[in-house]
Design a protein around this ligand. Structure first.
Ligand code: ADP
Ligand code: MG
Length: 302
């Protein structure tokens, strides 16, 4: 039986994004699959150019996919109307960018920056002030309310940016390399703020990063490679055997049975274009195509 609890909050299936420029086409997403449950805090990692920002821009409603399926909550982002997309961007998602300068208005204080999205939504000044104070406290900057961005450190600016992104209480928070310009101690503080807000408000958080250390700070890490999700690292606690927290890495298998085999494995076994795939008791074996000599086709036998 399929219940609401089974259906993911974010669901991408066989998602494609093709950028067309005058001379060439770039396939930035090629059949990406991803499921994120409501309330999850997860990360997407991958080399530069693997399609992470493309995915986040689609999830934030800034860019439209070319084909496939992408739903967030009840909305289908492939067929959404322009009006509904405006509504989606205003009420459903908050966004934190890598460049601190892109998140904040330089001549406004930290408190005023958080108030802006609420005032644009037509909330009263008093209401906006109260919520901005609450959020500033949540990100640990209550005492720096009157500072302007250039009077705050990079990490503090990103924490204010998280407050701005959550001003209108969206159920989804997306962050594209939010700590990319920060040192690791400062990055840690920013991740702690994400974690605290995830736990206290239940907001679903997707963070893109190329920092592999993120693994220890989130529930699940999905790795992207060439426009697809290739592996997933999951933590779980094994109480029964008293083994504590376990971390395992899995290959992602899509609905049509495709999975990505790491390039190094293919190179090592000399697998190219075709492979033998067989079921062996409890496992599936993938072997090079080249057959053993005694099983050569008749026309090749001596
Ligand atoms: P990442 O964030 O993982 O570094 P991106 O999503 O930015 O990767 O880019 C994925 C691929 O799509 C890259 O090859 C990039 O050059 C290309 N790309 C991204 N945006 C555009 C665009 N607006 N026009 C053309 N190509 C793009
Ligand atoms: Mg990027």
């Amino acid at each position: 039986m399929v219940t609401a609890a089974d259906s993911p909050y974010i669901h991408c299936e066989d998602l494609f994004k093709i950028y067309k420029t005058e001379e060439l086409e770039v396939v930035a997403l090629r059949g990406l699959d991803l499921r994120v449950q409501a309330g999850e805090m997860m990360a997407i990692v991958g080399a530069s150019g693997s399609g992470k920002s493309t995915l986040l821009n689609i999830l934030s409603g800034l860019d439209q996919p070319s084909a496939g399926r992408v739903t967030v909550g009840e909305r289908d982002l492939l067929t959404v109307t322009d009006d509904d997309l405006v509504d989606y961007r205003r009420s459903e998602v908050g966004f934190v960018w890598q460049q601190t300068g892109r998140n904040l208005i330089p001549y406004l204080t930290a408190l005023q920056n958080i108030e802006v999205p609420m005032i644009l939504e037509g909330r009263s000044r008093r209401e906006a002030r109260e919520r901005a104070e609450y959020l500033l406290n949540e990100v640990g900057l209550a005492e720096k309310a009157k500072r302007k961005p250039n009077e705050l450190s990079g990490g503090e600016q990103q924490r204010v940016a998280i407050g701005v992104a959550l001003a209108n209480n969206p159920p989804l928070l997306l962050a594209d390399e939010p700590t990319g310009e920060l040192d690791s101690a400062t990055a840690d503080e920013v991740f702690q703020v994400f974690r605290r807000l995830n736990e206290s408000t239940g907001v679903t958080i997707v963070i893109v990063t190329h920092d592999r250390e993120i693994t220890s700070r989130v529930d699940r890490v999905v790795a992207m490679r060439d426009g697809r999700t290739s592996t997933e690292i999951v933590h779980y606690v094994q109480f029964a055997r008293g083994e504590g927290e376990i971390t395992e890495e899995f290959a992602v298998v899509d609905r049509t049975g495709r999975l990505q085999i790491p390039r190094e494995y293919l190179d090592e076994l000399g697998i190219d274009r075709r492979a033998r795939v067989e079921i062996e008791h409890d496992r599936v074996e993938v072997r090079p195509e080249k057959p053993p000599t005694d099983s050569q086709p008749p026309w090749k036998r001596p």
